[in-house]
Design a protein around this ligand. Structure first.
Ligand code: 3DU
Length: 249
C-alpha cells in the first residue's frame, strides 16, 4: 500500500486527521523506548499516522532503536513519517533518505530550498523507485518563519512573490505528495490550498503547544494536523488524541 492509501485508510477507519508527533526525550534509553511504545499504544486508535523527528533518532539510533518503533507503528496499521527536513547536497540527501526508507519509513519531509539539480533530484528519484512519499517543508509554524517563507523573491524575469508560493510551484512540478504548512497561519494555509489544488495534501503542525487553532487550520484547507506535546504531555494522552481528532472532523 502507498503512503497515501495507508494514511487515508487509517484516517477513515479511526475518524481522525491527527498525525502524532512522537518527540519524546529521556536520557535513559530504556525508559525512552518504553515511553514511546506506551504513548503509541495509548493513542494508536485515534491517529492516522505517526511522525518521528531527530529526538528519537539521535537518542535511540536508527538501527536497533527507531526501526523497532517504526515496526510497532506498522503493527498498529499506521504509516510512519520521518521529519528529516532533508536540506543538503544530492549524495548526502540520498544517503539519509535511503537510510530512513530502509528503516521502514513510508514518507519523508524534505526542504525544497536546495532546488532540484544536485539537491532534491536524488531524493525524488529514490522515492519514486521505492514508492515512498515526499512532503515539502513549505511554511513553518514558528513566529520567525515569515522572515524567509514570506520573503518576496523572483525567479528569472518573473515578478516577485512570497518564497513559499515558489516552493508550492516546485512541489507540484516535482510531484511531491504534500506540503507542511504551519497551523499558526490559517491565511497561509488558505493560499497554499489555492495554489496546490486538490492534488497535494497539506499537513499542519503548530496546534496545541504552539497556539494554532485546529478548526481554523482544517477550515482553511489542511488535510492533517500534526500534534505532539498537546498529546504526549497530556495527563491522558489517549483522551487528548481523541479530542484533537474530533476537532478535525
Ligand atoms: O508543537 P508540537 O509539540 O505539537 O510538535 C510539532 C512537531 O511538528 C514537531 O515535531 C516539530 O518538529 C514539527 N514541525 C513544526 O512544529 C513546525 C514546522 O513548521 C515543521 C515541523
Amino acid at each position: 500500500m502507498s503512503f497515501d492509501e495507508m494514511i487515508r485508510k487509517a484516517s477513515r477507519e479511526r475518524r481522525s486527521r491527527v498525525v502524532l508527533a512522537l518527540d519524546l526525550e529521556d536520557p535513559d534509553r530504556g525508559k525512552l523506548m518504553q515511553r514511546s511504545m506506551d504513548v503509541l499504544s495509548a493513542v494508536a486508535k485515534h491517529v492516522c499516522a505517526v511522525k518521528l523527528n531527530r529526538q528519537l533518532v539521535l537518542a535511540l539510533g536508527l538501527w536497533g532503536g527507531v526501526d523497532s518503533i517504526v515496526n510497532t507503528i506498522h503493527e498498529f496499521s499506521l504509516p510512519a513519517i520521518m521529519d528529516a527536513k532533508l536540506n543538503d547536497v544530492g549524495h548526502t540527501n540520498e544517503f539519509m533518505a535511503r537510510s530512513y526508507m530502509d528503516a521502514g519509513f513510508d514518507a519523508l519531509i524534505a526542504s525544497p530550498i536546495t532546488g532540484w539539480e544536485g539537491g532534491m533530484d536524488s531524493v525524488f528519484k529514490l522515492a519514486e523507485s521505492r514508492d515512498k512519499a515526499l512532503i515539502m517543508l513549505t511554511y513553518m509554524s514558528n513566529p520567525g518563519a515569515q522572515t524567509f517563507y514570506s520573503m518576496q523573491a523572483s525567479r528569472g524575469n518573473e515578478s516577485p512573490k512570497p518564497m513559499f508560493e515558489t516552493f508550492i510551484e516546485m512541489a507540484r512540478q516535482w510531484k511531491a505528495y504534500g506540503l507542511v504548512v504551519g497551523a499558526t497561519r490559517p491565511e497561509i494555509i488558505r493560499r497554499s490550498r489555492e495554489l496546490a489544488g486538490r492534488d497535494m495534501a497539506i499537513l499542519s503542525p503548530g496546534v496545541g503547544a504552539q497556539g494554532g487553532d485546529p478548526r481554523a487550520a482544517i477550515g482553511a484547507g489542511s488535510d492533517y494536523l500534526i500534534v505532539g506535546r498537546a498529546i504526549y504531555e497530556a495527563s491522558d494522552p489517549k483522551k487528548a488524541a481523541s479530542q484533537y481528532s474530533e476537532l478535525t472532523l
